[in-house]
Design a protein around this ligand. Structure first.
Ligand code: PLP
Length: 401
């Protein structure tokens, strides 16, 4: 039963978990079955092949762990590194902070490069560290592609360029939890060694699959990496891949049946069209924020995120009250400000299986809430800015051309 019923649909605009398409919900509504029958391995084989397309890799090896993004982080780290290894990690918001905490608790020696929240990774500091590290003591560079807490997207091609410039062999580990399958992400082109995402974000599934993709170099590193690992050990998966049965332990069967249409919907729309749609949703949201006279938490245009916008509220407003009201009065779910930016920002998630008119509903709701909490907004101003942009930029629906 719903905690408290509200008529109509909840407008779910947190930056994950996101709306699940009907096709996916229907596909998951099925009984359990024997995962050792031929059916589940046959399905798994297609999923492993197709999931590579959203990472833009042909040489990577994907793993579908029954876990969340946090487990996927652990899998990436423990399979490639040994306790005491020196790694470089960027702290730019709550999720990079949590990943760094995990890295430290796993006993890696972490060089933290910190930015103000709202700014991107300081790549000049990375360059200086790599230049000084002639003995190659740095074993990995870890970066969150899209910091979901602040709406900051880092330029991964630059990270690869810097690694290349200094001929540095450090592994390149990327958290793509709120970017992969929504933002431009190219595992092979950018030489990413491990990339990961979670099913509840751009793929628009329930939470429960952590997708980790390893480059040949990362697989090689896993042969000598000494970190303790059991549940997340790639070796066990590879053994069953070779046997053609795929699963070292019980997979989440319904989620696998959901992943099939989730991927099909992406391919039907076209991955590039999916990315372009997220660009439109991001731009429309930013135009609305500007029309309201509010600031984006993201400090520079080059870091603007097309999957989440963190909106800074004036000091006399508590952003948590905006989120509370949104849910209580308008059946709208917005993202809270986290940690350092708690009370200061609220977040509009615009990722996954979402269209422009849904977004306009959210923006209309935000305007009413802003007025409720005493912010002098002109009702309709953000919606007008967003819709006039969208009206000029929405293409025909690809499958209906
Ligand atoms: N990384 C990023 C960028 C995230 O946004 C999140 C969650 O929102 C995580 C990691 C953690 O993922 P999970 O909550 O699925 O463990």
């Amino acid at each position: 039963m719903d905690y408290v019923y509200g008529p109509g649909r909840n407008h779910l605009f947190v930056p994950g978990p996101v709306n699940i398409p009907e096709q996916v919900l229907r596909a998951m509504n099925r009984n359990n079955e024997d995962y050792r029958s031929p059916a589940v391995p046959a399905l798994t084989k297609t999923l492993l092949e197709d999931v590579k397309k959203i990472f833009k890799t042909t040489s990577g090896t994907p793993f579908l762990f029954p876990t969340t993004g946090t487990g996927a982080w652990e899998s990436a780290l423990t399979n490639t590194l040994s306790p005491g290894d020196r790694i470089v990690s960027f702290l730019i918001g709550q999720f990079s902070l949590l990943w760094i905490d995990q890295q430290q608790r796993l006993n890696f020696k972490v060089d933290v490069i910190e930015s103000e929240w709202g700014e991107g990774a300081k790549l000049d500091v990375l360059a200086a560290k790599l230049a000084a590290d002639t003995d190659h003591t740095i074993k990995a560079v870890c970066i969150v592609h899209n910091e979901t807490a602040t709406g900051v997207t880092n330029d991964l091609s630059l990270v690869r360029r810097i690694l290349h410039e200094y001929r540095h062999p450090a592994l390149f580990l990327v958290d793509g939890v709120s970017s992969i399958c929504a933002l431009d992400f190219r595992m092979d082109d950018w030489g990413v060694d491990v990339a990961l995402t979670g099913s509840q974000k751009a793929l628009s599934l329930p939470t429960g699959i952590g997708i980790v993709c390893a480059s040949p170099r990362a697989l090689e590193a896993s042969k000598t990496a000494k970190s303790l690992r059991v549940f997340f050990d790639w070796k066990d998966y590879l053994k069953f891949y070779n046997l053609g049965t795929y699963w070292p332990y019980t997979p989440s069967i319904q989620l696998l049946y959901g992943l099939r249409p989730a991927l099909d919907l992406v391919f039907e729309e076209g991955l590039e069209n999916v990315i372009a749609r997220h660009k439109r949703l991001g731009q429309a949201t930013r135009l609305a924020v500007e029309a309201w006279g509010l600031k984006n938490c993201t400090q520079k245009e080059e870091w603007h995120s097309d999957t989440v916008t963190a909106v800074v509220v004036p000091p006399y407003i508590d952003s948590a009250e905006i989120v509370r009201r949104a849910w209580k009065r308008y059946n709208l779910s917005l993202g809270l400000g986290l940690n350092k930016v708690a009370g200061k920002v609220f977040r509009i998630g615009h990722l996954g299986n979402l269209n422009e008119l849904q977004l306009l509903g959210c923006l209309a709701g935000v305007e009413m809430i802003l007025k409720d909490v005493g912010y002098p907004v002109k009702l309709g101003s953000g919606v007008a800015a967003a819709s006039s942009y969208l009206q000029n930029n929405i293409p025909l629906i690809p499958s209906r051309i």
